[in-house]
Write a protein that binds this ligand. Structure first.
Ligand code: ZN
Length: 79
């Protein structure tokens, strides 16, 4: 083992710990940039039978309310 005087050993241990903290912070900072968002749910297409308004809804529901007239409409198809 390398014999170091006590102040030098403290400085070396401090530098090692600071280096570990720097490496961990760089690792987590770079990992955040590689994160990709999850794919969103496929929207469902609705066409209003009263006013003809075409709209999308991402919820998996059998009927959705028209944004213009408020009539409930069935899904035409999923995109
Ligand atoms: Zn409508």
């Amino acid at each position: 083992m390398i014999a170091l005087p006590l102040p030098d050993a403290v400085v070396v241990l401090l530098a090692l710990h600071l280096g570990l903290l720097l490496a961990a912070s760089v690792f987590y900072a770079l990992r955040r940039f590689r994160w990709t968002p999850r794919r969103r749910a496929t929207p469902f297409l609705f066409r209003c039978s009263v006013c003809g308004h075409v709209y999308l809804d991402r919820r998996n529901v059998p009927m959705a309310e028209c944004g213009k007239c408020g009539h409930m409409n069935e899904s035409v198809k999923g995109l």
